[in-house]
Design a binder for this molecule. Structure first.
Ligand SMILES: [Zn+2]
Length: 372
């Protein structure tokens, strides 16, 4: 899996006069079914959406065979997951991104990589931390997809914390190094450890597991910066837990947290009074993206919306007549929504995907856009 920054970097790839193929593929869990995977990739590529009749809408044979070869060679590494493959021989691009989340299968041909499903997977299955606590012990895990690392307390030099041997570190999980012995100030110490980890690492959501009263006490001892990252909790007897079980219990908590976050943004947009900093529907959102006003764009998982981008001024539109340059510079794109997502990210805005949205597309704006 890649980071948001790497996804944004990938989205900046731009082919001139040829197409970038973006393939999103679900991989069966059963290795016996892998034999059919290259054919499935072939079917999706044959049905790829691209701007009709354009050079940039044609799949090159070398891209098709490179992707099939990748799928045949590496399918075993992605069992039971999804994978995104981006290919454009002209650019020397052949990038494979295993995804932590299931995404809809699709193939798209465009001047740029199609990134909506990739960003949706990043949003729904972020890297996160789990603190499992009881009265005497704490286990802190860093979870990224299937990878689980324990956050331990090696006795290296660094910022000391009372009751805590010394600096913290991230260790790859090898054996069940589960126990961090702590003093009676244990919840506070664990909270301090988390604060240190979070200050130095990526901002990641936090799940807390343990007995109900332990979770409550621990939550109460969290400093504001850590509490802000709190995504939810699960109850379990810490001494019966394995790291794999921790991940099993925490994953749905994180999925719910991610979905609720996106829905909260959507609800805020729907509650914005008319004339306020919000846009609902395609025309209003296009005006907002073209006006570089979008703070957060909320898009559905499904549905590609063909449209045009002006090759001269970059204006996005459904039809080929909304900009003075159109006649000479209009370039068809297979999915306006993906272009809007890309533009929003480039302008420093955020992205959310939601399933079953009560609108086609919506945006929270930095400032109201007139003339919608
Ligand atoms: Zn223009």
């Amino acid at each position: 899996m890649i980071s948001w920054a790497e996804a944004d970097k990938l989205a900046r790839v731009h082919a001139q006069g040829s197409a970038v193929l973006s393939l999103y593929l679900s991989v069966p869990l059963d290795p016996a079914e892998l034999r059919g995977l290259p054919a499935r990739a072939g079917e999706l590529m044959a049905a790829a959406s691209g701007p009709a009749g354009e050079d940039c809408g044609r799949l090159r044979d070398e891209d098709r065979s490179a992707v099939r070869a990748k799928v045949a060679a590496h399918g075993r590494d992605w069992l039971g997951g999804s994978v995104a493959i981006f290919a454009c021989a002209d650019l020397g691009l052949l990038e494979v991104v295993p995804l932590r989340c299931e995404v809809p299968e699709r193939a798209v041909l465009a001047a740029r990589p199609h990134i909506r499903p990739l960003l949706a997977a990043l949003q729904r299955c972020p890297a996160y931390r789990v603190a499992v606590v009881d009265r005497r012990h704490a286990w802190v895990f860093s979870i990224t997809g299937d990878e689980i690392e324990t956050v331990t307390t090696p006795a290296a030099a660094g910022v000391p914390s009372p009751g805590f041997g010394g600096w913290y570190g991230l260790d790859t999980y090898r054996v069940q190094q589960r126990i961090i012995q702590l003093s009676r100030h244990h919840y506070r110490d664990t909270a301090a450890l988390l604060e240190q980890v979070m200050r130095h690492g990526e901002p990641e959501p936090l799940v807390i597991g343990g007995h109900e009263d332990g979770i409550r006490e621990f939550l109460a001892s969290l400093p504001p910066a850590v509490r802000q990252a709190f995504a939810g909790s699960f109850t379990a007897d810490p001494h019966t837990l394995t790291p794999a079980r921790v991940r099993e219990l925490a994953a749905p908590v994180i999925a719910r947290w991610a979905d609720q976050g996106a829905w909260r943004v959507a609800a805020g947009i729907l509650q914005t009074p008319p004339g306020g900093p919000a846009a609902i529907g395609l025309p209003a959102c296009l005006a907002a993206v073209n006006g570089r006003a979008v703070e957060q764009l909320v898009v559905p998982d499904d549905g590609l919306v063909p449209g045009y981008v002006c090759g001269r001024c970059g204006l996005l539109g459904v039809a080929a007549d909304s900009c003075p340059d159109w006649e000479t510079a209009a370039q068809p794109v297979p999915d306006l929504i993906d272009e809007m997502v890309h533009r929003t990210r480039q302008d420093g805005g955020q992205f959310s995907a939601i399933r079953g949205a009560p609108f086609r597309i919506a945006a929270r704006l930095r400032f109201p856009v007139t003339g919608q």
